[in-house]
Design a protein around this ligand. Structure first.
Ligand SMILES: Nc1ncnc2c1ncn2[C@@H]1O[C@H](COP(=O)(O)OP(=O)(O)OP(=O)(O)O)[C@@H](O)[C@H]1O
Ligand SMILES: [Mg+2]
Length: 535
């Protein structure tokens, strides 16, 4: 059936224009597709005076016609329409024919129309249809679906003019439907990008070319310890402690610069190692107007790597030392017995007697050292219990204060923090605390201070909450050249030291599923111990 030009000045034109105008406002609305289709069908039923209408749209791969809005049919008919899409190359019916051909299908009287099939006639009879009309929904020659209408109750014929009106109306409706679809696609895409940025495991900061921060995602807020509202007033170099101020130079001069690492200190004092990867954000005309900075927090990974390295080193050196110690013990026992034997043979007044006594004393010292070493490598089983960390520190402090008051030093101790509990062998943990405090006292020449701080780290996304015990002294500090060696067995810079204090401490903390870490300060040293938190 062809659309005919039925001349100008038709009475119904104004009515049609009104409906087209009424639905056109949908173009400027951000309505979803269902709402748009409902309004269109409302106008078809009430405005263009049909009593049944169905909108069917092609699915994404254009193989099926799916019912998207239906009005005026029986509940069963509507249910079937919703549930049974029409397969385009299998079903041969009015709707599929319209979509395949892209042309409207107008049948004024089914009983008399020579072009319809026998099946069409039977279905139409079953549905009590007389005139029916299906027009394609088309945008730029692309068929989106169809609108089908009829007058089931009034049984009034559809006129040629009404057919033309619906075809014109459908043109506008198709544009609106396509618009709503595109809008939804755009919205979904925007939502997707927003969600990716929001839930990214990397921190993301977007800034303009002058370094002013425009956006930062929740992970960046978490890593840098700064709120978005606070950050957007700042420039990048102000946030990144000035360290990354050259990011823009790198971008401007080299284009995409590679990753680089910075040391970052958060407002709460936490020191982090961050990997930064900046890249320009190309928008229009391929001119970058913004910069994206990806931030990856490497601190924990570095900590674990270092810890594992220490564990390996300790295992190798420890077992070697233990082997040697074991071998030394036997000849030592022989030497000891021989000397004792010789000593008893000597006259009381013999000048050699005193010398031999000194040898025995030194042998005793070696024996003690070996015992300590073997203990470290093969310690006794741990006696785990719930331990009040503050209480244990207070007891360790009591010991230390007594010990350091004998020496000629004046060390002030400050202990602060929360009452927290961990699961530990109290004696072993006490040994660790004492080793660290003794090191601090030994590093302080004259007057100084040791600050001890206890806090728990309990974040919502943290499966295993933990405790941090931090010891900070303002003593001599550690030379950077030896920082990687201080946990090695027998490494010492002290004349009377054995170099086992930190080795033993590391082993004990490792047996408690914790971490120990030593940091150099501008003046002095910080030791951090991480232990599991228990209720
Ligand atoms: N708080 C500190 N300040 C400065 N240097 C430290 C500190 N703690 C450890 N060190 C350095 O690390 C080295 C190793 O320490 P560790 O406790 O293992 O052995 P030690 O103290 O030398 O001997 P030991 O503890 O067996 O008597 C020390 O010799 C020292 O150089
Ligand atoms: Mg020590």
């Amino acid at each position: 059936m062809q659309l005919k030009n039925s001349g100008s000045g038709r009475k119904s034109d104004r009515g049609l224009l009104k409906h087209i105008h009424d639905i056109s406002y949908l173009l400027t609305q951000s309505l979803d597709l269902d709402a748009v289709l409902n309004e269109i069908v409302d106008h078809v039923i009430t405005g263009l005076k049909y009593d049944r209408a169905i909108v069917m749209l092609l699915n994404e791969d254009e193989t099926k016609l799916e019912c998207k809005c239906i009005r005026g049919f029986t509940p069963l008919g509507e249910k079937r329409a919703w549930e049974k899409p029409l397969i385009l190359n299998r079903h041969d019916c009015f709707e599929t024919r319209v979509v395949r051909s892209g042309k409207p299908l107008f049948i004024q009287d089914i009983a008399k129309d020579p072009n319809i099939t026998e099946i069409d006639r039977i279905t139409a009879k079953y549905q009590e249809r007389k005139s029916l009309l299906h027009v394609p929904l088309k945008v730029k020659n692309k068929v989106l679906g169809t609108i089908g209408v009829d007058r089931y109750r009034t049984k009034m014929k559809i006129s040629q003019r009404e057919f033309e009106d619906l075809a014109i109306f459908a043109n506008q409706a198709a544009i609106i439907i396509e618009n709503a679809r595109l809008y939804k696609e755009l919205k979904d895409e925007k939502l997707l990008s927003e969600n990716i940025i929001k839930s990214s495991i990397n921190g993301i900061i977007v800034s303009d070319l002058r370094g002013r921060i425009i956006h930062l995602n929740p992970r960046a807020e978490e890593i840098l310890g700064i709120r978005k509202e606070e950050a957007v007033r700042l420039r990048l170099h102000e946030i990144l402690n000035g360290d990354a101020g050259s990011i823009y130079e790198k971008l401007v001069t080299k284009g995409n610069s590679r990753h680089f690492e910075i040391h970052y200190q958060r407002q709460d004092g936490e020191k982090l190692i961050l990997d930064l990867a900046p890249f320009p954000l190309e928008e229009t005309n391929k001119v970058p107007s913004k910069t994206v900075l990806l931030i990856n927090d490497l601190t924990e990974k570095r900590r674990i790597d270092e810890h594992l390295m220490r564990v390996e080193k300790f295992a190798a050196l420890g077992s070697m030392a233990a082997g040697i110690a074991h071998e030394i013990r036997n000849p030592m026992a022989a030497i000891f017995t021989t000397i004792q034997h010789v000593e008893t043979k000597l006259e009381k007044s013999s000048p050699h007697k005193h010398a031999l006594q000194n040898v025995t004393k030194e042998l005793d010292r070696i024996e003690r050292l070996i015992r300590e070493l073997l203990n470290t490598v093969n310690p006794f089983p741990l006696h785990m219990e719930k331990v009040d960390v503050m209480d244990l520190l207070e007891r360790a402090l009591f010991f230390i204060k007594k010990k350091s008051s004998d020496k000629n030093v004046n060390v002030k101790f400050e202990l602060e923090g929360e009452r927290v509990y961990t699961k530990a062998d109290a004696n072993r943990l006490m040994q660790v605390f004492l080793n660290i405090m003794i090191n601090s006292v030994e590093a302080i020449k004259g007057n100084g201070k040791v600050q001890i701080n206890v806090r728990k780290i309990k974040k919502r996304d943290l499966r295993n909450p933990f405790i941090i015990v931090k010891f900070t002294d303002n003593g001599s500090g550690i030379n950077p050249s030896i920082i990687t060696k201080i946990f090695d067995p027998f490494f010492t810079t002290k004349t009377g030291g054995t170099g086992l204090g930190l080795t033993v401490s590391h082993k004990i903390i490792q047996d408690h599923n914790g971490f120990i870490e030593v940091d150099r300060e501008e003046k002095g040293t910080t030791v951090l111990i991480k232990l599991p938190l228990v209720k």
